[in-house]
Design a protein around this ligand. Structure first.
Ligand code: SF4
Length: 369
């Protein structure tokens, strides 16, 4: 992923962000047209596969267990219901499914085995699969890669300087390590930020600087506007001006010409005109569906209408990279073999009992009381 060589310092980035708005949009639009089809916008769906009850303290997040919000903690979804949701999303035009679990980190347990199965199944549907599961180590990243994971999302959120004002339960460095583990496993990286948390323009550009300093910058950078949720520490933050979102999208596009810039949370506060300027300035993706994990989002029909009016077309999956090949997962294969063996043993025992004259008793409703 390229970095624009004209921008190397935070001062240059801040100057870029503060350019007269239409000049900024023009520069971004020019670069966007050199590297991307400006009519194509990817529709992605974000599915919360495990909601709430998170041990972290991200100040913007209603899923943190310590904040008193309306979000109720739920268990991990079943593989079957994820497949059903993925099919719905695909039928509604989404070519990418991002599955989010409110975990501090990935643990090597049955839930992770299930996530591996979800990734395999959604990849088999021909969709780009992205996961956001918290911190993960290199082995876990390799399992996800083998399952067919296309992208791993792990946001840096903001600059290293402002980060401590929003999150205290894990370090910036931890986030960089997880991103590195995804990279080492050969998974593409989706990592972005949130604006409107009380940060300065320097922090917004500090976030971009962090990505510029990576050996390979992210293939995907989501730009979110804070959705201030009651009960979180950031509940009283004033909504940002739409112009700020446009500036952030345009600056990101200019600095990372090849990256997909995703117009993410906060679209419900933007009118169609402002969103149109974001597409003009290089946004190449939106999240479709009426929920973004737990916060509101425009529904499919509204977005379809917007696409028609603006002449946008949904981007097909895997236009930027090959579809990952799913390699059978040893742990899941072993578990399935064990389950099969156990079923065979039970059946054999049942047949043997019948041969020996045992007549299975019918269970009546009285018996079961
Ligand atoms: S953003 Fe993620 S890690 Fe932070 S509290 Fe929310 S669910 Fe947990």
């Amino acid at each position: 992923m390229k970095v624009n060589p004209n921008y190397q310092t935070k001062e240059q980035l801040v100057e870029l962000y503060n350019k007269p708005l239409l000049e900024l949009v023009f520069e971004a639009a020019t670069i966007h047209r050199q590297y991307h089809n400006p009519r194509e916008v990817q529709m992605s769906s974000l599915l919360s596969i495990k909601t709430g009850g998170c041990a972290e303290d991200c100040g913007y997040c209603p899923q943190a267990a310590r904040y008193h919000t309306d979000v109720e903690a739920q268990k991990l979804m079943t593989v079957e219901s994820v497949i059903e949701q993925a099919k719905n999303a695909k039928a509604n035009g989404s070519s990418r499914l991002c599955m989010g679990a409110a975990w501090r980190e990935v643990r090597d347990n049955k839930d992770f085995d299930n996530v591996i199965e979800m990734v395999q199944s959604v990849n088999d549907l021909g969709m780009e699969v992205c996961c956001t599961l918290g911190m993960m180590n290199e082995d876990q990243a390799k399992r996800l890669k083998n399952a067919g994971l296309f992208a791993y999302n792990h946001n840096l959120d903001t600059s290293p300087e402002f980060y401590g004002d929003v999150i205290s339960t894990r370090e910036y460095e931890d986030r960089l390590n997880t991103i590195d583990n995804a990279r080492k496993a050969g998974i593409t990286v989706c990592s972005g930020g949130i604006i409107g948390m009380g940060e300065a323009v320097e922090d917004r550009m500090g976030l971009l600087l962090s990505y510029m300093q990576m050996e390979t910058p992210p293939e995907s950078i989501p730009i979110n506007a804070l959705v201030a949720v009651e009960g979180t520490p950031l509940e009283d933050q004033k909504p940002i001006e739409q112009w700020e979102m446009i500036r952030m999208v345009a600056s990101t596009r200019i600095v990372f010409p090849e990256t997909v810039v995703r117009l993410s949370a906060g679209r419900t506060k933007m009118n169609m005109e402002a969103q149109a300027l974001c597409f003009m300035a290089g946004a190449g993706s939106i999240f479709a569906g009426d929920k973004l994990l737990t916060t509101p989002n425009p529904d499919f029909n509204e977005d379809k209408e917007m696409f028609d009016i603006l002449g946008l077309i949904p981007k097909e999956p895997f236009k930027d990279a090959e579809q990952p090949v799913t390699i059978p997962d040893e742990k899941i294969e072993a578990r399935k073999a064990n389950e099969l063996q156990r079923e065979k043993e039970l059946e054999a025992a049942r047949l043997e009992a019948i041969e020996n004259g045992f007549v299975p008793r019918k269970v009546s409703s009285v018996d079961s009381l």
